[in-house]
Design a protein around this ligand. Structure first.
Ligand SMILES: NC(=O)c1ccc[n+]([C@@H]2O[C@H](COP(=O)([O-])OP(=O)(O)OC[C@H]3O[C@@H](n4cnc5c(N)ncnc54)[C@H](OP(=O)(O)O)[C@@H]3O)[C@@H](O)[C@H]2O)c1
Length: 251
């Protein structure tokens, strides 16, 4: 990893934590000046490192997002990469819908708030830090969000999961819109949405029985692939929807 300042939102989730661990470890290997900011929601993380700075952020609360951005500004003039790894598929009480009759307002709104709106609000408050990143066309500042292949309208073969699918499709539209706006106002920025593979985390745990052998990734493998894809992105790829291997996914 290059000598950059990173922000991982949702740094205690399966994929998010693996990203934090890999970025921090890459510092040890290279003796570099990498700084990693990471956010948690409910529980204060136990994982610590000299160049790792934890902040609390509830992405369903704009004030909390703004406070975290303000706190980063006290320590760092800029951010080079921001990766939002937060997501919601099920809660303790509600599973994703199999059929229309299960659609329920509160769960739908919760999905929209966490999976779709959050990245827009994060972009709104993080922009001043990304603006100050040292960047070029070949090495742009990054604003990435982990989306999901099931948010693809063109790729939808089996239906179901109304709230999750619709919230990820809305996220994808929001990030495409943002990439267009920032291409006019922010030079050398890359806004991307990503499919991480099917990854062994608490989010996918209830739905892993149909995953073919060898197709369930560890969080560490997924994080490594996603970071590698991002490291090879140029500003020309802003507004893309790609998977863990860097392959394009239809909108
Ligand atoms: N795992 C897969 O197979 C898979 C497949 C496709 C896409 N994805 C996407 O990949 C991303 C990461 O998922 P994961 O598998 O790593 O899931 P995960 O282990 O459940 O992590 C999700 C994270 O989101 C955080 N979060 C939830 N609500 C939040 C809120 N209001 N404010 C701040 N943080 C909040 C959780 O923190 P708390 O628990 O503290 O709230 C947790 O750290 C998600 O966007 C997911 O949709 C995953």
């Amino acid at each position: 990893m290059k000598h950059k300042t990173y922000l991982i939102i949702g740094g205690t989730g399966g994929i998010g934590q693996a990203m934090v661990e890999q970025l921090v470890a890459s510092t040890v290997n290279e003796h570099s000046g990498i700084q990693v900011y990471a956010t948690y929601n409910k529980s204060v993380p136990e994982f610590e490192a000299d160049n790792l700075h934890w902040l609390q952020m509830d992405v369903s609360d704009e004030t909390s997002i703004k406070q975290a951005a303000d706190a980063i500004r006290q320590y760092s003039s800029h951010l080079d990469w921001v990766i939002n790894c937060v997501g919601l598929l099920h809660t303790e009480t509600t599973q994703p819908e199999k059929a229309l009759r299960q659609v329920e307002t509160d769960f739908f709104i919760q999905n929209m708030q966490i999976n779709a709106l959050a990245s827009l609000l994060i972009a709104k408050h993080i922009k001043p830090l990304l603006e100050k990143a040292e960047r070029s066309h070949a090495d742009p500042a990054i604003f990435a969000t982990i989306s999901a292949r099931v948010g693809s309208i063109g790729d939808n073969q089996i239906g179901g999961w109304y709230s999750y699918r619709m919230s990820k499709a809305a996220l994808n539209m929001g990030m495409k819109n943002l990439s267009i706006e920032w291409s006019r106002s922010l030079k050398d920025m890359c806004v991307v949405v990503m499919q991480p593979g099917t990854v062994n985390t608490q989010l996918s745990a209830p739905f892993q029985s149909n995953v073919a052998d060898g197709h369930l990734f560890t969080p560490a493998y997924s994080a490594e692939c996603l970071l590698e894809v991002l490291a090879n992105m140029s500003a020309a790829q802003s507004g893309s929807f790609v998977d863990w291997a860097g392959e394009s996914i239809p909108w």
